[in-house]
Design a protein around this ligand. Structure first.
Ligand SMILES: NC(=O)c1ccc[n+]([C@@H]2O[C@H](COP(=O)([O-])OP(=O)(O)OC[C@H]3O[C@@H](n4cnc5c(N)ncnc54)[C@H](OP(=O)(O)O)[C@@H]3O)[C@@H](O)[C@H]2O)c1
Length: 159
């Protein structure tokens, strides 16, 4: 079973549609509930599908999802951490709230889900796939919060 976060668009949506015919079961998660029906229509004929809608900015919402669907999620074999947000502004003009949001969505939420899955992955030899950024190897102007969150991911998964 494969779980991909941030599946309402972009890389994850392309991955979900490409992987669907090869997966036994697929979980896609997203934030925007208005896309649920459309995505379900497009994928459910190809794979046994579960869609989870929650906000990765909200730690307690994530905890609720992990608790409510624990049995199902404990069977995930491949976790694709894709959901992410970006920012672009001079560091000196960037509010602390932006840095906190970057860290919550791009880093803490991923650690929270990974900590939940780790005991099951140790038993079942599960795999994490982390969608990071080439720019995490060096600094890029205007992207201080984004790059800090992506570099933090390297630290966690590198360890
Ligand atoms: N595209 C690039 O050039 C590029 C380059 C380097 C790295 N990346 C990385 O690749 C990943 C995917 O990027 P993309 O270009 O495919 O971006 P995208 O089209 O904007 O997709 C991002 C996904 O993350 C979800 N997301 C954002 N905030 C969320 C939240 N608070 N809770 C739950 N889901 C949330 C979005 O859901 P909603 O639609 O519901 O907001 C969306 O499905 C990201 O981690 C990004 O940093 C992308």
């Amino acid at each position: 079973m494969i779980w991909i976060t941030g599946s309402s668009s972009g890389i994850a949506w392309s991955s979900a549609t490409s992987l669907a015919p090869f997966a036994k079961r697929l979980i896609i998660s997203l934030r925007k509930k208005d896309k649920l029906e459309e995505l379900s229509k497009q994928l459910s004929s190809k794979v046994e599908l579960k869609i989870l809608a929650f906000d990765m900015q909200n730690e307690s919402e994530i905890a609720d999802v992990l608790r409510e669907y624990e049995t199902e999620l404990s069977e995930v074999d491949i976790m694709i951490h894709n959901a992410g947000i970006s920012m672009r502004s001079l560091a000196q003009n960037t509010e602390m709230e932006v840095y906190r949001t970057m860290m919550q969505v791009n880093y803490f939420s991923i650690v929270q889900i990974s900590q939940f899955l780790l005991p099951y992955f140790m038993k079942n030899q599960g795999h994490f796939v982390v969608i990071n950024s080439m720019a995490d190897k060096f600094g890029v102007p205007y992207r201080s919060g984004y790059l800090a969150s992506k570099m933090a991911l390297n630290g966690y998964f590198g360890a």
